[in-house]
Design a protein around this ligand. Structure first.
Ligand code: ADP
Length: 508
């Protein structure tokens, strides 16, 4: 079933500007200076379209994390440091400037992201980069709005006594931020925007697969005038640098995005000093199309993009498609056609609609699931394997004839693989949708407003999209129920996760 191309995809050279960035030695940003890793080591960065090494990044480890934590603590623990005394308005303007600079360097960042991650450069230009800028712009406004309350208290055991009680919002302190490779720049923005708006300090650990845009962002933060040591960037492997950051006693909170499996490790590592933990983890999101969907063609296109956008490397990907029996055949045929129409190619090649997966490891993982599905009896309607012999390309894949116990139905694949099944009863499909340890997102397609509300209410998921999918916005909170996470990203909800509430009570 796979359309295995023997013709290699074309080689596309990056622009001179990006070549220039690649030719510079990559270092760690600690205390406002670009420094080599203490151990002097570097690790390779690959172009997923070719499997070739395009750069080397400094391999931060325990000593570098410790160095970065000390740099951040030096800022945070000094109440007279310019970052600690900066007015909210000035902080807001600085964050806004970061957003502006991202837009100013939009084309370069998009190209770098495409080269490093594999996604089409046009997608990075239309989504990753402007959304990153927007997140900083959105968060800039919150710097001046972190208000507390005045609270009339009664204090029953002190009759007649008078008090003036109020709350303030204070930054949590030094935060370790560990991000994944699927939206490298955007995930850095999701983490750093609220952190800066609330006056914290960070050690950002980008994913080892995609360190480049975070390093370029480090230069932008400097250009925007962020004081030294407020944001430190340590590239390196998860098992070493990431683990050291999650466990470090000098870190007050760790904010993590990645798989549920790793999320568990982070919680264990954080237990030493009981640092705060927020996590945005995996998903196996149901996407339910009822026969009364307002526009079947729109629902088909929406369901295809729910799983194939970003090559399925989205934690909220609509990877379980449930279709009401009367329209099941139409939907399955429509998605098969949509999958076959998708133009695969290197992210930088003109017209590419789907790039390679990010790494050899992901290629092995995703094709492993495809094989497992086939072994367990699933029917491969389209796709089902690797495309070409070079780079990490796989065909967009639709599986039917699956059962609830199959690994392709239960587990997060994190690739362009959707399992489709039919249903007849609303109560039954809600139960099937919720029959998962995950709860990140869900989709519902119906023109029946009462049904839409009922299903949205009963789905145990942090986001429910009705007659749309993958709609994210800086103002809309995002996060998971169940094993899909703790806490929320974006919106004003995220601010509570970067602040302590202090209650002050004054006896009058
Ligand atoms: P997954 O692919 O399982 O979603 P990733 O490999 O993308 O997860 O990892 C997400 C982030 O977590 C990356 O920055 C990675 O380096 C980091 N990471 C991996 N293992 C650990 C670990 N044991 N402790 C802390 N961070 C880790």
């Amino acid at each position: 079933m796979v359309t295995t191309s023997t013709v290699p995809f074309p080689d596309v050279s990056p622009s001179p500007r990006v070549e220039g960035f690649l030719s510079r030695t990559k270092k760690l940003l600690i205390g406002g200076r670009w420094v080599d890793a203490a151990g002097g080591k570097a690790f390779p960065v690959y172009n997923p379209a070719t499997g070739q090494i395009i750069d080397m990044a400094a391999e931060g480890d325990v000593a570098d994390i410790d160095h970065a934590v000390r740099a951040a603590r030096k800022v945070f623990d000094n109440p007279r440091h310019p970052w600690r005394t900066m007015s909210p308005s000035e902080r807001g303007r600085l964050i806004w400037r970061i957003g502006d600079l991202i837009l100013e360097h939009k084309d370069e960042l998009a190209e770098l992201e495409s080269l490093d991650n594999g996604k089409p450069v046009e997608v990075a230009k239309a989504a990753d980069v402007p959304l990153s800028a927007d997140l900083f712009h959105y968060m800039a406004g919150w710097a001046t709005k972190l208000e507390g309350n005045t609270i009339p208290i009664s204090v029953l055991y002190a009759p007649g006594a008078q008090f003036h009680a109020f709350t303030t919002r204070e930054p949590i302190g030094v935060v370790g931020q560990i991000i994944p490779w699927n939206f490298p720049l955007l995930m850095a923005a999701w983490k750093l925007g609220p952190l800066l708006a609330t006056g914290n300090c960070a050690i950002l650990k980008p994913a080892e697969q995609t360190p480049l845009t975070a390093l370029r962002l480090g230069e932008i933060l400097q250009e925007a005038g962020l004081p030294e040591g407020v944001v430190n960037i340590v590239t390196g492997y998860g098992e070493t640098a990431g683990a050291a950051l999650a466990a470090h006693e000098g870190v007050d909170k760790v904010a993590f995005t990645g798989s549920t499996e790793l999320g568990r490790l982070i919680v264990k590592a954080a237990a030493g000093n009981l640092k705060k933990v927020t996590r945005e983890l995996g998903g196996k999101s149901p996407n339910i199309i009822f026969k009364d969907t307002p526009d079947l063609q729109q629902a088909i296109a929406g369901a295809a993009s729910a799983i194939f956008f970003n090559h399925g490397q989205c934690c909220c990907a609509g990877s379980r498609l449930y279709v009401e029996k009367a329209v099941y055949e139409d939907v399955v045929q429509g998605i098969t056609a949509a999958a076959r129409d998708i133009k695969l190619g290197p992210g930088l090649a003109a017209g590419t609609q789907m790039g390679p997966l990010v790494s050899q490891e992901q290629l092995d993982r995703v094709t492993g699931f495809m094989d497992a599905g086939r072994r367990e009896g699933a029917c491969v309607l389209t796709g089902g394997g690797r495309v070409g012999e070079r780079g990490y390309f796989v065909a967009p894949t639709l599986l039917t004839g699956t059962g609830p116990q199959m690994s392709v139905v239960k587990e997060e694949i994190f690739g362009p693989v959707v399992v489709a099944d039919s249903f007849e009863d609303t109560t039954e499909i809600i139960a099937r949708s919720n029959d998962t340890p995950y709860g990140l997102a869900a989709g519902v397609w119906t023109r029946d407003i009462a049904k839409a509300h009922r299903v949205a209410e009963e789905l145990r998921a942090g986001t429910v999209w009705v007659n749309c999918y993958n709609i994210v916005d800086s103002a809309l909170p995002f996060g998971g129920y169940k094993q899909s996470g703790w806490g929320r990203e974006m919106g004003h909800e995220v601010l509570s996760q970067y602040t302590h509430t202090k209650a002050v009570c004054i006896g009058l």
